[in-house]
Structure formats: structure tokens, C-alpha cells
Design a binder for this molecule. Structure first.
Ligand SMILES: Nc1ncc2ncn(CCCCCNC(=O)c3cc(-c4ccc(F)cc4)cc(O)c3O)c2n1
Ligand SMILES: [Mg+2]
Length: 214
């Protein structure tokens, strides 16, 4: 079986990871993507930066834009304190279906709410649908040209508060130049670039961490 790449990733998890062990799940995905088939997970190198920012922020309510197969969803959820929640947005139903299974296999499903649909439609509904006051942490990893409009949408919907941390993947490769300009030139953000490499590759990429100043 495993007709699509996400399904083959799921198979690799089911074959090589331990049920209920999040670390073994994303390690199995990293092994598969490094040695068998490249895939657009944030990966192990940038994943360590994600882990350290998460540990520092320790969010009670976090948002992820772009679930894909759930690799970063599992990485984030495993570090959340009891009672904390992660809402993750994915518009591709095939990706969402695989992500749900990978999230469940890792045993982090109680911390995660996966919502299907385009970020632009879902962000304005977050308050009413999930009773959220504001997000403590946002991981941007969806369409790179949606980073700016969705950041502005989060601001306009009152979903950011003084100190909210935005962490954006791929600001170098594939690149999000408009986003870098926006957060680096805005007086409302304190921004810092974490240099790294594109997942499973030697090409430069990095994460941009931006703190909303209110
Ligand atoms: N609006 C909305 N709302 C919700 C949504 N859910 C999903 N999407 C669509 C997201 C589609 C996937 C986004 N991710 C990437 O494109 C990506 C690409 C590369 C990459 C590729 C080829 C190369 F040669 C080099 C690097 C590497 C990465 O780490 C990436 O994250 C949504 N959109
Ligand atoms: Mg990415």
C-alpha cells in the first residue's frame, strides 16, 4: 500500500516507532525522510531550535499553521505542559488524514485539535469556535505567501497579546522575504533569525522568531 508519500511516512512510523512515544515517532519520520524520501517536515536540525523556543515560551495555547503530516505537531505537543493545547490548521484533507493517525500513534491527540481548512478562513473563527482569548505561540509553516496576511489577520482578530511568540519556518528556503521585511521593520515586533539548514539537506534555511510587543 503506501500509495502516497504521506501514507509511506505513516507506514514508516507504524513499522519503526513505539506507540505512545512521540520522540520515536518524529525520529522514525526523520530517518525515513533523510534516507528514503525527502519531505517538507521542519526536520531534526530546525526541530531542535523549535524545541528550545517552545521550552522557553511554555505556551498554554499554541497555533500551528500547516500541519502537513503532523511531524512538528508531535514535536510541539510533546513539550506542552498538562492542560495546554495546540490547534493545528491543515487544508489538504489527505495530509490531515495522515496527520491525525501520526498524532494518535504518538499519543498526543488529547493536546491537539486539528482543524481542516484554509488559514485565512479559520483564523477569524478561532475565538468563537475555541473560546480563545489569545495565542501564546504561533508556528508558521504553511504557504509562504500567507505568512504576512495571516500575521496581520491574527493581529486584527486580537489573537496576539504582548509577548506572543511567532516562529516562522523557511524564511530563507523556499523563502518568505515579504514576511521578513514585515516583522523586521515593524515597531510592533522584536525579531531574531536562527540560522540553520533546510530539512535533510545542506541548503541554508532558518527560523525567524518574532515577539509581538502589543
Ligand atoms: N493558507 C493555508 N492554510 C492552511 C494550510 N495548510 C496547508 N497549506 C498549504 C501549505 C503547503 C505546504 C507549505 N510548506 C512548504 O511549502 C514548504 C516547502 C519546502 C520546500 C519545498 C521544496 C524545496 F525544494 C525546498 C523547500 C520546505 C518546507 O519546510 C515547507 O514548509 C495551507 N495554506
Ligand atoms: Mg516548513
Amino acid at each position: 500500500t503506501g500509495s502516497t508519500q504521506p501514507q509511506r511516512m505513516l507506514e514508516a512510523v507504524q513499522k519503526n516507532a513505539t506507540k505512545g512515544d512521540p520522540e520515536s515517532v518524529f525520529s522514525a519520520i526523520d530517518y525515513y525522510c533523510r534516507h528514503k524520501e525527502w519531505a517538507m517536515n521542519v526536520g531534526d536540525e530546525k526541530g531542535l531550535i523549535l524545541d528550545s523556543v517552545l521550552t522557553e515560551v511554555n505556551p498554554s495555547i499554541a497555533l500551528e499553521l500547516g500541519t502537513y503530516c503532523g511531524y512538528s505537531t508531535v514535536r510541539i505537543a510533546r513539550l506542552l505542559s498538562p492542560g495546554s493545547k495546540l490547534i493545528t490548521v491543515e487544508f489538504n484533507p489527505a495530509f490531515a488524514a495522515v496527520a491525525r493517525q501520526i498524532i494518535a500513534y504518538a499519543g498526543v491527540q488529547d493536546k491537539v485539535t486539528l482543524v481542516e481548512g484554509p488559514s485565512g478562513d479559520l483564523i477569524p473563527k478561532m475565538k468563537e469556535r475555541f473560546g480563545i482569548k489569545s495565542f501564546d505561540f504561533v508556528f508558521l509553516d504553511h504557504w509562504k505567501d500567507r505568512y504576512v496576511p495571516d500575521t496581520k489577520l491574527l493581529e486584527d482578530c486580537g489573537l496576539l497579546r504582548k509577548g506572543t511568540v511567532l516562529l516562522a519556518d523557511n524564511v530563507i528556503c523556499p523563502g518568505a522575504p515579504e514576511y521578513l521585511k514585515y516583522v523586521r521593520n515593524s515597531p510592533r515586533y522584536e525579531s531574531r533569525y536562527f540560522k540553520s539548514n533546510l530539512e535533510y539537506s545542506k541548503v541554508e534555511d532558518g527560523l525567524e522568531k518574532s515577539v509581538f510587543l502589543g
